[in-house]
Design a protein around this ligand. Structure first.
Ligand SMILES: O=C(O)Cc1cc(O)ccc1O
Ligand SMILES: [Fe+2]
Length: 451
């Protein structure tokens, strides 16, 4: 059942000058927003009594002692602790967490999947999550999981938060609404959303069915990459990230909150909507971003740079320059390199590359890697253009050429990715994927000259 938020039940902050409707621009800004005038204490965080009888509550996304703490102060109708009754364990068998190493599943290989089809069953954000790969260890807060979501039904009086992870959501089909404690985020294909660890939300279908990809980050939060010699402009610009203005519900209704915690799911009952934050300030907030605002930078004379040039966001692992996860975008761009084999080169990589197609054709794989589909080129496993792409690129008449109508992405992690049983046995795995390279023939005959 689709039940977008009832506007009579929702009170949203007026948007300040310079904001787009319902959102505030900027990456990691220290925002402030209130849905009722005067709800946000000024000049202090913990007045003896808050206005409107609100409770003050801090949500810390980093250790108190982090160099630059990320936290948000919420002023809410009831403190979250009132939401916590006894937790009951529930089973969401398709949402897996690392370590999840199935002895019957081989992850060593090059893999590609067609889009996972909608089954016709009514699925919510929780029941429709299908884990494809896991990496690292959720208990030690390293690594990640990749998922496909298939969502046809809104959560009604059901809420969720992940204590394990922040979720990077990459829609491919349909429109979703994340009604969160800190406000409303709507997303559709060509946009992404990030839901921070610990934030409570409800997911509604605005236009279904909905399919997309999720990167579940167990580690340090995503951040904008250092730009090095590129300087202050291009790539992802901070102002194109949008966080929601405060919006709250004052609604009594028997409800549930499901929590993902150390890879397990637990549920508890509450008697009201937990989306009751009337005002908040801080720098720990959900965010959306329009991928069409990503300004790619690339080679303008010869050769093909490393794909790190297309990093939208990076989640550090603690080892400088070696990400827990890089989120990399291959979007429309001009190819102008002279005397160059322009598609991605053949290579092996210590990082594990999980790719998804949002729309269009990917230059290294003109066939078979289709919108909604995924591929995995795991740690140190060779891959590169298929035969068709190789022949086309090595024989093309090179002039300025636009890669148009194309958007694929990569979740690249320093940890090997393990296929779930679902990915190996239920999802539409292309058994013949590696055949895309078998017809690459030997051209070498010992004589110099270009073949
Ligand atoms: O393997 C892939 O298709 C992703 C990729 C793209 C690119 O331009 C360079 C390296 C790389 O791994
Ligand atoms: Fe690659």
């Amino acid at each position: 059942m689709n039940r977008p938020i009832d506007p009579h039940q929702l009170t949203q902050a007026a948007t300040a000058t310079g904001t787009t409707e319902g959102y505030m621009p900027g990456w990691g800004n220290d925002f402030e927003t209130e849905a009722l005038p005067g709800a946000l204490p000024q000049g202090m965080n913990s007045p003896q009594k808050c206005n409107y009888g609100l409770y003050g509550e801090q949500l810390s996304g980093t250790a108190f002692t982090a160099t630059r703490p990320e936290r948000t102060w919420c002023y809410r109708i009831r403190p979250s602790v009132k939401h916590s009754h006894r937790f009951e364990k529930i089973d969401l068998p398709y949402w897996k967490s690392a370590p999840c190493i199935d002895p019957d599943v081989i992850s060593l290989g090059q893999y590609r999947w067609d889009p996972v089809a909608h089954s016709g069953a009514g699925l919510t954000w929780l029941t429709g999550m299908r884990t494809m790969t896991t990496a690292g260890d959720v208990n030690t807060q390293v690594g990640m999981a990749s998922h496909i979501y298939l969502v046809t039904e809104s959560m009604v009086d059901d809420y969720f938060f992940s204590a394990d992870s922040e979720l990077l959501v990459v829609p491919q089909e349909g429109r979703l609404r994340f009604a969160t404690e800190l406000g409303i985020i709507d997303v559709e294909p060509k946009e992404i959303a990030i839901l921070p660890r610990g934030l409570v939300y409800r997911v509604e279908v605005l236009e279904g069915p909905c399919r997309g990809f999720v990167c579940e980050n167990y580690g340090q939060k995503f951040e904008l990459p250092g730009r090095g010699p590129i300087g202050a402009n291009c790539m992802a610009n901070p102002r194109d990230f949008k966080s929601p203005v405060a919006a709250f519900e004052d609604r009594e209704a028997p409800s549930t909150v499901t929590v993902k915690w150390c890879g397990q799911f637990h549920t508890t009952k509450i008697g009201h909507s937990p989306l009751d934050v009337v005002a908040w300030h801080g720098n720990y907030a959900p965010v959306k971003y329009d991928l069409r605002t990503y300004c790619p930078v690339g080679a303008i004379l010869f050769d093909h740079p490393d794909p790190s040039i297309f990093t939208v966001l990076t989640a550090p692992s603690g080892v400088p320059g070696t990400a827990n996860i890089d989120f990399v975008l291959f979007r429309e761009r001009w190819m102008v390199m002279e005397d160059t084999f322009r598609p991605p080169w053949y290579h092996k990589n210590i990082m594990s590359e999980l790719m998804g197609n949002i729309y269009g054709q990917y230059d290294a794989k003109p066939q078979g890697f289709v919108p909604g589909g995924m591929s995995l080129h795991n740690m140190m496993l060779p891959h590169g253009p298929d035969k068709e792409a190789f022949e086309k690129a090595s024989n093309a008449n090179l002039g300025p050429d636009k890669l148009d109508q194309t958007m694929s992405f990569m979740f690249e992690t320093r940890f090997p990715q393990h296929l779930t049983e679902f990915a190996a046995k239920e999802a539409p795995l292309q058994d013949d994927y590696i055949d895309c390279w078998t017809s690459l023939e030997k051209k070498f005959d010992g004589t110099p000259g270009k073949k």
